[in-house]
Design a protein. Sequence first.
Length: 485
Amino acid sequence: MTTRMPGRPLAVKLAALVAGLSVLGLALAGTAITVALRIKLVDEVDRQLTQSLSTLSAPARIDAPIFGPSDYVLMIFAPDGSRLGALASEARQNHLPALEHLDAAEAMQRRGEPFTVEDNSGDGKWRVVAAMVAVGPRGGESLALALPLTSVDATTRQMAMLVVWITLAAACVATAIGYVLVKRSLQPLIQVEQAAARIAAGDLTTRMPAAQEGTEIGRLTESLNAMLSQIEEAFAAQRQSEAKVRAFASDASHELRNPLAAIRGYAELYRLGGLGDPEEQANAIRRIEQEATRMGLLVEDLLTLTRLDEGQRPELAPVNLSALVADAVADTRAMAPDRDVTVVWPAEPSPESAPDPAEWPELWVAGDDPAIRRVLANLLANAVRYAPQPTPIEVVLTTADNQVRIAVQDHGPGIPADQASRIFDRFHRLDGSRSRDLGGSGLGLAIVDGLVTSMGGHIKLTETPGGGATFSFELRSIPTPEAAG
């Protein structure tokens, strides 16, 4: 079984990264400076050796005291390359260059070019320059002048140690300063983290704190806030939809339960022999048929709403709106002969000057014939049902911007403002009760809304000037088929 180590905070990781990069940069810079310093010091030793060798004359005897106490060492070699002797201060007698052989050819090859040899004690190194001696009784001999690199090595080590300490000190300072700066820079991100925690706890009203525009965190908070708004709207819509579904199921069950109860009641009376009179039996059969018909209509309405909810859209085709309006008005007049139902026409001849609908000019729209007929029938039936007599009912047609507006207006009590927003809800009734004094199941306007929406329109409720309710929707007007052809 393995255990995971807890993660490090981002501020600590970034501060450590800054410190690591600082140490790396300072180490590289210190190494470069140390190497450059050593090269410079070695070049200075080479310069001293070259100058000293150029002014040096071959001694008559190799043991002549030409050197006082100094770091220089002079070595003389026979023509065969063997070392004849070395001149050095007493302090250097036990520390000489480990150069035991230097013949004339090698001396000529190395002439003027300093080179490095080890110390004979193995402790340190020497820089050496060689030259030929062409004068004196020992012509052809070679000599080598050397200086130790002890001081160069010591200075280089001191510089390296100084670089190490400076690097460590700078790393500590950089870590502290970097942590503070990173912590401050990450403060907006920390606020985003805290807001995200509140959102995860269920508070969808929380919003990310505003950050500087144009920065990564600013763009992140802006995108997150937009996403949160969409999520909150989606959850609100889901809750509203669930509430509507529950209310719809409850209302549908209630609406179906009433006719079923009536049918079952009359059936039980008949089965138990409680309907002995033939007239009572006929009345029971009639009531059963009425309730069954009512239940069938309710089921048909529910199926229509279901199809609309599933996104089924009718195929739009050219529809003669004039004929549909004439039929709807004629049907309404037939059902309510005592009501004044008129048409306000946008063109001449008007219905007043041409009472016969066959004389009306044709007005074509893109729509669905059965859907438009049902919308007009429902709206006119509502106007007849809720507007008291003898108030008139008008169907107003207007055209503008390739749109035809169809409005059905009455002059009754109108719709209360507190219920206008729910007028298209399913099973909603103005009195807020389940009584059927005015008839209807509360699905008519919901079906009208769904049908109009399926044809690309939008139905709305406004107040009729002078009082009353006006339901209006728009459809796209098209040329007559003859003109288009």
